[in-house]
Design a protein around this ligand. Sequence first.
Ligand code: NAD
Length: 274
Amino acid sequence: MLTGKTYLITGIADEHSLAMYVAKKIKENGGQVICTGLGVSQFHDSLSDKAKSFLDQTFKDFQDSVHQELGTDTMTEILDVSLEASIQEFCNKIKSKNIKIDGFLHAIAMDKTIRNKVVKPLLDVTFKEFCDAMEVSAYSLISLTSHLFKNNLLNADASICSLSYIAASKVTFHPYRNISIAKAALERITVELADEMGRKNGTRVNCIRFSPYMGSKAGNATLNEKDVEFAHRKSPLGNALPEDLAFEVLNLLRPKGRTTGEIRHVDGGYNIMG
Ligand SMILES: NC(=O)c1ccc[n+]([C@@H]2O[C@H](COP(=O)([O-])OP(=O)(O)OC[C@H]3O[C@@H](n4cnc5c(N)ncnc54)[C@H](O)[C@@H]3O)[C@@H](O)[C@H]2O)c1
């Protein structure tokens, strides 16, 4: 289905990341992937030794898991979406290899107002915390798309997919507050970009709201088991699994689709319940 197609996969932290399931599914269907992870780049100013060693370890974990799960020939690059120069550097790298991509998965989120599963009330969120979550978790969909498009790296029939959850529109079993607002922005950006990119480049832009999943680093740092169980019981089909998500992402990324601007649920039906 994806023979001759190449997709950029962002957001792999390790083998349990949702993005890893998507990357595997693309490869199983004959496509190629380029994977990006967080790491130290030349554009980071004045990193403390602690921050540097954290980022080095983050990149090592990412690269080791990509090589183990997807093969040692899989291209891995550093990409920090909070640094515009890092996005441009990534574009320069793939340009120098004459690669054009057929789409990408945006699986990036960050919110410093959730610590050890405790969520800061909205009334205590600072402007900086608000903007940081918004920049990394929402604006990055614009900046990544814009850089790839303006560097002529997005094939015309390309397809973009990002990941969200029900908290973008409803107060849920686990009140995420700050990041929920960033996810709402991510979904709205999806719709606006679908219009712009569809007309400019024939490119589709969609978003999937997924069930709570504790397997990943982000999921484990934020969710409680009781919340995941609550969602599982409430959903007619139970919580969706990462494989279900990967299947649906593949469906949206595949060539010649006509679906765009869609916010789709892969959540076992949780969203239909009152
Ligand atoms: N786990 C869940 O319950 C769940 C449910 C629905 C949607 N999602 C969404 O799925 C996506 C992937 O999350 P996951 O659960 O696989 O967790 P994960 O921890 O595996 O992935 C989050 C990724 O974001 C990356 N990231 C953070 N800041 C970045 C930056 N500045 N530049 C580049 N990358 C950065 C991290 O390196 C990490 O790879 C996120 O958007 C998340 O909100 C997760």
